[in-house]
Write a protein that binds this ligand. Structure first.
Ligand code: TXA
Ligand code: MG
Length: 334
């Protein structure tokens, strides 16, 4: 179905559409989500269709409060409950054993469901207005950069969804950090994200990192090429690469400092003060902005590998991954 892209602030419209089994774009503190009733398979199927998302990539369910979680999961292991107490609502997603009411379509056949409580007043109010969890992936076409404003959503999915609920620019700007309990019973990071590993370790002690292969479908959202702009992106020492490209058609993503000789409008400075939160907030919007310029290449440098820098570098690395890998991945799932 073709829709006029419609951005608004009306919670009643959003809730009514969701109750009717439609998909609606919603704000969260991390990125915008494409939400639908997680208990209605037909509604969930619309999310996959709108995003062109392979059904092997499972969805996170969103809830208003932690009390709601127990309705949909069998139990919450103590080590994960401690994290929930410390960081929910917030940019943290927990992988928990699902109850039967959560369909295999949501979890891609896994007995575990990913659960998140967004820390965004609009998302919270909306979740309070419906009596079901909202399944919601990021509101972008599969493989592209996640949206951090309502107009980012409209740019790409506006003709496919009936309503985009505007909650302003996302405060975190990176997707949630996904955490599970490892087979050895330790806290394990499945996806780096908007809650730093330092913050998690302070509460949970040392954590494991889940190793994954780029093509393994159950590796959570971790296809090698992901979060990718259309223009080729090179991740590395930008000053080494600038000589290889004409300055007027080169884009830059730098942590704190511009590069001499490149037009200022083609340079994204993530945070001139070197602040990781600010850099995270600016990352996806900056990538999108450069992707809309007629450039040959985007050169992006790693930020320091600590705090949110780990997740920022992870996204840049995936944005840089060989595009032929992405096509491979898409072909494999068709
Ligand atoms: O911040 C976020 O997490 C945003 C906002 C909208 O909440 N959502 C988001 O969703 O990033 P998405 O679908 O783009 O990424 C969720 C990742 C997927 O890559 C998926 O593989 C993983 O979570 N995931 C979801 N359910 C899972 C499960 N049952 N087992 C393993 N991984 C799972
Ligand atoms: Mg996504």
């Amino acid at each position: 179905m073709l829709y006029e892209s419609f951005i608004g602030h009306d919670l009643n419209i959003a809730a009514t559409l969701l109750k009717q089994g439609e998909a609606v774009a919603i704000p969260t503190e991390t990125v915008y989500g494409l939400a639908a009733n997680a208990l209605d398979e037909k509604a969930v199927a619309k999310i996959f269709a709108i995003k062109s998302r392979p059904t092997f990539d499972p969805l996170i369910i969103h809830l208003s409060d932690f009390q709601e979680v127990e309705k949909y999961v069998k139990d919450v292991p103590e080590k994960l409950r401690v994290l929930a107490d410390a960081f929910m609502p917030g940019p943290l997603t927990l992988l928990l054993k699902k109850k039967d009411c959560i369909s295999d379509l949501v979890t891609a056949g896994s007995p575990y469901v990913a659960v998140r409580i967004p820390a965004h007043p609009v998302a919270h109010a909306l979740l309070k207005m419906v009596d079901f969890p909202l399944a919601a992936p990021s509101a972008n076409p599969f493989g592209y950069i996640s949206p951090t404003t309502a107009s980012h959503v409209a740019d790409q999915l506006g003709d496919k969804i009936s309503y985009i609920l505007d909650g302003g620019p996302c405060k975190v700007g990176l997707e949630s950090t996904i955490v599970a309990l490892s087979p050895a019973g330790n806290v394990e990071i499945l996806r780096k994200g908007g809650l730093s590993i330092d913050d998690i370790s302070q509460v949970a002690g040392p954590v494991e990192m889940r190793q994954h292969s780029s093509s393994k479908p159950d590796a959570p959202g971790m296809l090698t090429s992901h979060y990718a702009p259309k223009i080729p992106l090179i991740f590395g020492n930008i000053r080494e690469h600038t000589a290889n490209y004409p300055p007027e058609s080169t884009g830059i993503i730098s942590f704190t400092t511009p590069v001499d000789g490149i037009p200022a409008q083609h340079q994204i400075i993530l945070s001139s003060a070197g602040n990781f939160e600010e850099a995270a907030r600016n990352l996806f919007a900056g990538m999108r902005l450069l992707d809309q310029c007629a450039l040959d290449v985007i050169l992006a440098e790693p930020v320091p590998e600590r705090h949110l820098g780990l997740a920022i570098n992870d996204r840049l690395k995936r944005a840089a991954a060989d595009r032929s890998t992405a096509f491979h991945q898409r072909d494999a799932i068709k």
